[in-house]
Ligand binder design. Structure first.
Ligand code: MG
Length: 283
């Protein structure tokens, strides 16, 4: 796999694809079996386990905060826990790191801990490392691509370069995509160690793509924001309608994108995207 440093574009068009919850059916299993349970464990929150886990899933899976960076999600959860259940020692220091760090990653957290040893910072790191290990323990059968993804990527790759743009960690994404033979259609894998999704797309544009020739495919508002900030196009994969969304991309969207005729239609898809969250939150 090439790195962003030595990456060179091969085609005039670029399709950026988010991984979790977009190409890979991994959001539910990761949040329900890894993120939430590790939060309970590290902060000893067993007394309120059920309500805290429900709230964690509501925020991270079914609200328009879906796909939020893990540390930002953790800060929201810890603030609520601090207000409703039990005092979280050092929460302000953790919040300060989340608000000010250039990179929301384990490495950057380790760096902050070396300067200021605070309980909440250390627990956040432990949580993040524990959940990475738990994700590794999930079997490949628990982390499958959505239906149609492989076929659509194969089709797209004939006409466009493809980059994964994900806020998960590099090793996890690498493993999941290679387990299911998807890496053959990928030119570049960009993850949280490079920076935010917006930063990743910015770096890709510097390789010489026209903004009208780049589209981001994602399942979360953060994906749309990253696309907007770079003036590139966005196509949403709708929660619980993923296979259908990929099929629609293949049949109706990709051709228009190549003809540079998708920008107007993208408004329709964005509306459908937000309507779907409203329905999920109500339901
Ligand atoms: Mg996602």
């Amino acid at each position: 796999m090439q790195t962003i440093m030595n990456y060179q574009k091969r085609k005039e068009f670029l399709v950026c694809v988010d991984s979790d919850g977009c190409a890979m059916d991994t959001m539910d299993v990761k949040h329900k079996k890894c993120f939430g349970p590790c939060l309970i464990e590290v902060w000893n929150l067993q007394r309120w386990e059920e309500t805290i886990l429900d709230r964690w899933n509501e925020i991270n899976l079914y609200s328009d905060l879906r796909g939020i960076n893990r540390f930002k999600g953790l800060a929201i959860a810890l603030r609520e826990i601090n207000e409703q259940y039990i005092e979280i020692n050092g929460l302000d220091c953790f919040q300060d790191w989340v608000d000010t760090t250039k990179e929301l990653s384990n490495e950057s957290l380790i760096d902050r801990i070396s300067k200021s040893k605070t309980e909440c910072l250390e627990k956040a790191l432990q949580w993040s490392e524990n959940l990475n290990n738990k994700i590794k323990e999930l079997s490949p059968q628990e982390k499958l691509p959505f239906e149609n993804v492989k076929e659509v990527l194969e089709q797209v790759h004939q006409y466009a370069d493809i980059a994964i743009v994900s806020s998960a960690n590099y090793e996890a994404v690498m493993e999941e995509w290679s387990d299911h033979g998807l890496l053959a259609h990928i030119d570049l894998l960009l993850t949280q160690n490079i920076g935010s999704k917006s930063h990743c797309i910015h770096e890709l544009l510097r390789k010489g793509y026209d903004t009208n020739h780049v589209i981001m495919i994602g399942d979360a508002p953060g994906d749309e924001k990253a696309a907007d900030e770079n003036h590139v196009l966005f196509y949403p994969i709708l929660v619980k309608q993923e296979a259908k969304s990929w099929n629609e991309f293949s049949e109706h969207v990709f051709g228009k994108f190549l003809q540079q005729d998708f920008r107007e239609d993208s408004i329709y898809y964005k509306r459908k995207f937000y309507d779907n969250f409203v329905q999920k939150e109500r339901g």
